[in-house]
Design a protein around this ligand. Sequence first.
Ligand code: ATP
Length: 256
Amino acid sequence: QRHAPLLAVRDLGVVFGGIVALNGVSFDMYPGQILGLIGPNGAGKTTLFNCLSRLYQPSRGDILLEGVSILTRPPHRIAEIGISRTFQNVALFPNLSVIDNVRVGTHSRTSSNIVSDSLKLGWVRRGEAALNHKVDEILGYLDLRDVAHTVVAGLPFVTQKRVELARALAAEPKILLLDEPAGGLNHEDVHGLGDLIRRIRDERDMTVLLVEHHMGLVMSIADHVVALNFGRKLAEGTPSQVQSDPGVIEAYLGRK
Ligand code: ATP
């Protein structure tokens, strides 16, 4: 790779009580990459994901975003430095409309920037207009304009997942963390989701980390795959390298 890594995970370790959930995991993520994180149940994927989104504090190691440790950042300010996530079971405000949920996403980062810029210009309204424009653009991009004023709880699950993506994109992240996005979706929806993730990467200059059990999705859209087992990195490489890795095959067959 010619670029410097966007994100560097270095010797990461997490211990819960006596359980070693992550044990010295290191890997790099490069700009524009879609990185798939795989592994059997209990391998440590969720734990790693939660370290990246600052829900868990690792017991050792470091996570560097553009060379700067993210571990001193308070969890609620992680979006400001460019990391946004979605949740396995969709974590939207169910009683708010789609547009309001997406607006919440903008508050993580952009609104404060835009508002402070506009204050310097002495013109707050301009900040508001820019925000509304951004939200509208994202709704259009994810084909959500028709349901913009619908309450989220009334929407099909697959649409709620798109709203979650919209909210994450509204923070204009450098890195998008997707927690099992294919969970609960049917075959056709998974296919559509794969196309969408790739389009977001290509058209919006995004770098994506995907934790996913759906091997078909990972192998079809990831550029690079990291496989975990028992809290350690078992293998990494292209999808086909990882798929044919004897250790990875054994880990999956041995556990099923
Ligand atoms: P799955 O695919 O089933 O979601 P995973 O790869 O995401 O699994 P983790 O959930 O990260 O794996 O779990 C790694 C290990 O850490 C497991 O042994 C799990 O039981 C343990 N663990 C995870 N979270 C906690 C916690 N909050 N407290 C105690 N142990 C935990």
